[in-house]
Design a protein around this ligand. Structure first.
Ligand code: BG6
Length: 473
């Protein structure tokens, strides 16, 4: 996939919820970083819209501060002015959408709904009432519903007004360079695709671990929990890219077809193979941290999980019988998203007594973040007169190989949406299938177990994958 991007066509960018935390933490910084790289649309306004009235000057200052605090590129007055000159604010009062229409300058627009999903339907109907559907590409963020029925309802609300080709559903993990590289790594290297199956692979592990707790997001998290927050989306999206069949081409629909097909083969979660946990107080990096029940806006009897480990199976020709372990948790020892592919062992008798009993078979580690690295563990002969073997590592690091700093996920995703490229966005059928996969455990969850903050979750998660072991432990 050569990087020959077309220039971004003229369009307005509208942020509904333009003063909220998503706009401040992610969207303004991403737009600024795009401005630095000269990737803003050829022409068009950036319109922030929110219910609380605000002067244009105050709005510009809010955006400037978020850029100085969170943009990837350092603050540069000239680059900032490229945003400031386009920026305007509309109050979403009774006449709000009418005023919004008047503020627009182009026939095409990107509309980012940076508001809670419960407000998506109302916003889309208001766009429709004001003649703003034609020419709109709508960007929305997960969670797309909170279970299968609500996801279907939300989908209907959107699709009553918009065509699927106008809806860009963000799972920000798909905007990460290291996740996109899985496709190139698998399909660009003949070496790996040949062994990417049940004959050579013993098991697969994907871990999304965070050392942070839930911060000030207690009331949000109480509605969600780790299963809805990470398993239903980020983990299943990574899994589908990692294990799907080769697409017939690299165009958006071929890739999205294969992802959907793969998710169809993933068996719905079985409560007996799922461990749910909630962190209690503990220590991380030498600091004492609160338990989940002591966090603000969390009731004393909360049954919300902050950790999930699951064993799943993909029932197709390529993967049948290969256990797949998925794990995510808050307040784990450190932040790391990693994939480990464990290969089948060689016959141990071959090396006689020189093969140590605790030697692990070959494994491939794809570190997604914060380390961005791929490494392969191999067995090598220790130099000397006898046959003695030891594991060694071959590795590739993004930092060492590519000097350029990768773009943030939001930059890439906003740019792709402005270009109308849906490859890295989640199609409706995949969203629904992902809900079908987690729904049995939403309906009938396994018991909630405690784990101390700063550990890798409840001990039961280790039993779940025995005789294998989590590679991050
Ligand atoms: C979000 C979740 O989707 O992903 C958060 O809602 C989580 O709870 C975050 O912290 C993790 O994203 P990243 O990119 O920091 O791994």
């Amino acid at each position: 996939m050569p990087d020959s991007r077309p220039s971004t066509p003229a369009q307005d960018i509208v942020i509904i919820g333009g003063t909220g935390s998503l706009a401040r933490l992610k969207l303004f910084p991403a737009l600024y970083d795009l401005a630095v790289d000269d990737m803003l649309p050829a022409k068009g306004k950036i319109v922030g819209a929110a219910r609380t009235p605000m002067s244009e000057d105050a709005y510009r200052e809010l955006a400037r501060q978020s850029v100085t605090l969170y943009a990837r590129n350092g603050y540069d007055e000239e680059a900032w002015q490229r945003i400031a000159a386009r920026l305007t604010f509309v109050t979403l009062d009774d006449a709000g959408y009418d005023n919004l229409r008047r503020a627009l300058t182009q026939p095409a627009r990107l509309v980012y709904l940076a508001i809670p999903p419960s407000a998506f339907g109302t916003a889309v109907r208001a766009l429709s009432k004001n003649g703003l559907i034609e020419g709109t590409r709508l960007l929305i963020e997960k969670p797309f519903g909170r279970d299968l029925p609500s996801a279907k309802k939300l989908d209907k609300e959107l699709r009553d007004e918009l065509d699927e080709s106008q809806i860009f559903r963000i799972d920000h993990y798909l905007g990460k360079e290291t996740v996109q590289n899985i496709l190139v790594f698998r399909f660009g290297n003949s070496l790996f695709e040949r062994v990417w199956n049940r004959d050579a692979i013993d098991h697969i592990e994907i871990t999304v671990a965070e050392s942070e707790g839930i911060g000030g997001r207690g009331s949000f998290y109480e509605e969600v929990g780790a299963l809805r927050d990470v398993v239903q989306n980020h983990l299943l999206q990574i899994l589908s890219i990692l294990t799907m069949e080769p697409p017939s081409s690299f165009d958006a629909e071929s890739i999205r077809d294969e992802k959907e097909k793969l998710l169809r083969a993933v068996q719905p979660l079985d409560k007996m193979r799922v461990v749910r946990g909630q962190y209690t107080r503990g220590r991380i990096d030498g600091h004492a941290v609160k338990g989940y029940l002591d966090e603000a806006a969390v009731p004393d009897d909360s049954d919300i999980e902050t950790f999930v480990a699951a064993r799943v199976e993909i029932d197709n020709w390529r993967w049948a019988g290969v256990p797949i372990y998925l794990r995510t948790g808050k307040r784990m020892p450190y932040k790391a998203t990693e994939i480990e592919i464990g290969f089948r062992d060689v016959p141990r008798s071959y090396f006689g007594g020189s093969y140590p009993h605790d030697m692990e078979p070959n494994s491939l580690r794809l570190a997604i973040q914060p380390e961005e690295e791929i490494s392969f563990s191999l067995l090598a002969k220790v130099p000397g007169p006898s046959i003695s073997v030891k594991p060694v590592t071959m590795s590739f690091s993004y930092e060492a190989s590519f000097s350029a700093e990768p773009a943030e996920a939001y930059e890439r995703l906003i740019l792709d949406a402005m270009l109308g490229d849906p490859t890295l966005f989640v199609r409706s059928d995949s969203v629904m299938r992902a809900w079908e996969i987690v729904q049995p455990v939403l309906d009938d969850p396994p018991p909630l177990l405690d784990y101390r903050a700063g550990t890798w979750g409840p001990k039961e998660a280790d039993k779940l994958i025995a005789p294998d072991e989590w590679h991050l432990r």
